[in-house]
Design a binder for this molecule. Structure first.
Ligand SMILES: *Cc1c(COP(=O)(O)O)cnc(C)c1O
Length: 362
């Protein structure tokens, strides 16, 4: 048996073992080609098959028709913070953003360098512990688009509803919860997600975009920043991150084999419940950061009575093979990231460890 820990890192994050094993098996000779995928031309028939099936698998898993395109780009979600306003925020228009965390803040900041933005609701004053209610969201007159962050990776909150925004295009950063739960994707005009949380290794970013939205993009852009150019070229305008796209395709196949998004939803809820139960049953030893209604199934954030306990918690967890639990510097405390690929056993082990630790120190 290979030595494998339970990896709770927020991203890059744990990948499904069968995916890693398949990549290992195919590493030197990809399906009789006599080459690694890494060495294959992005214009070869082998790679074309990989990227084409990645697009169709993504649409199938998200239950989207071919009214949508899937792009595989570089630059991370951070480039999307800029590409989105470049394509959809021309002078004289404004875009609405809901401020629910640090990544939303960065998205607004980047759009603000290019055009006019409004903050239509915010949970900043509440230390990003919650998601604003639908009735708290005040849209501007005629926003070019409305942007939300469906899962707040750092704070551990998650939107449990899709905000109503009438005829205005809804856009989402789904970097940390794409493909993790049943959600009506057809309500969104554009969704982007860096792969390194729920989809694969770093290096590739997925953009899912409706054809109607694609039509509306600005034309006077550098080609490399234009959604239209990338869509017209089927993500082969320039060399894509081929190995990352290949890994992403294997992850999509794995999700499909598990029973698709519906099965992931049930599985993820079960895993998160194990850890939230350990928090709620600790007699106040662990304090969750997020309000109960908005708790994320992907990133679970909590504090201990003091920083010494938190340091010790991380150290002792590590000895049990539970890695990557230190919280983000802006929340501190502990964060357990339990994406699709985290096995049930990882959450069981962490939950048990938490209960024992609280008993010992509480
Ligand atoms: C990780 C993350 C990002 C940043 O992604 P990069 O790929 O590093 O640019 C943006 N948004 C969310 C919600 C994230 O979780």
């Amino acid at each position: 048996m290979v030595y494998r820990v339970f990896n709770f890192y927020p991203g890059p994050a744990t990948l499904p073992l069968p995916v890693l094993e398949q990549a290992q098996k195919e590493f030197l000779d990809y399906r009789g080609s006599g080459m690694s995928v890494m060495e294959t031309s992005h214009r070869s028939k082998e790679f074309e098959e990989i990227i084409t099936s990645a697009e169709s698998l993504m649409l199938e898993l998200l239950d989207l028709s071919d009214d949508y395109r899937v792009l595989f780009l570089q630059g991370g979600a951070s480039l999307q913070f800029a590409m989105l306003p470049l394509n959809y925020l021309p002078a004289g228009t404004a875009a609405d953003y809901v401020l629910t965390g640090v990544f939303a803040e960065k998205a607004i900041q980047e759009a603000g360098r290019l055009g006019k933005t409004n903050i239509s609701a915010s949970s900043k004053d509440n230390k990003y512990r919650n998601i604003p209610l639908n009735e708290e969201i005040k849209l501007s007159e005629s926003p070019a688009y409305v942007h939300i962050t469906t899962n707040n990776t750092i704070y551990g909150t998650q939107w449990k509803y899709i905000p109503e925004c009438g005829e205005f295009p809804l856009v989402a950063d789904m970097s940390s919860d794409i493909l993790s739960r049943k959600i009506d994707m057809s309500k969104f005009s554009l969704v982007y997600a860096g792969a390194q949380k729920n989809l694969g290794p770093s290096g590739v970013t997925t953009v899912i975009i409706s054809k109607t939205m694609l039509q509306k993009a600005q034309d006077n852009l550098p080609m490399i920043l234009s959604y239209k150019v990338h869509a017209d070229a089927d993500s082969l305008h320039n060399t894509p991150p081929t190995f990352s796209v290949y890994m992403l395709k294997l992850v999509l196949q794995w999700v499909k084999e598990q029973g698709g998004v519906q099965a992931m939803d049930i599985f993820n809820q079960k895993k998160a419940d194990l850890i939230y139960e350990a928090i709620d049953n600790s007699g106040g030893f662990y304090k969750g950061h997020a309000v109960r209604e908005d708790r994320s199934t992907m990133n679970i954030t909590f504090r201990l009575p003091n920083e010494d306990h938190e340091k010790l918690f991380v150290e002792e967890a590590k000895k049990e093979g539970l890695i990557g639990l230190k919280g983000h510097r802006s929340v501190e405390g502990i964060r357990a990231s339990v994406y699709n690929a985290m096995p049930l056993e990882g959450c069981e082990t962490l939950s048990r460890f938490m209960t024992e630790f609280a008993k010992k120190k509480g």
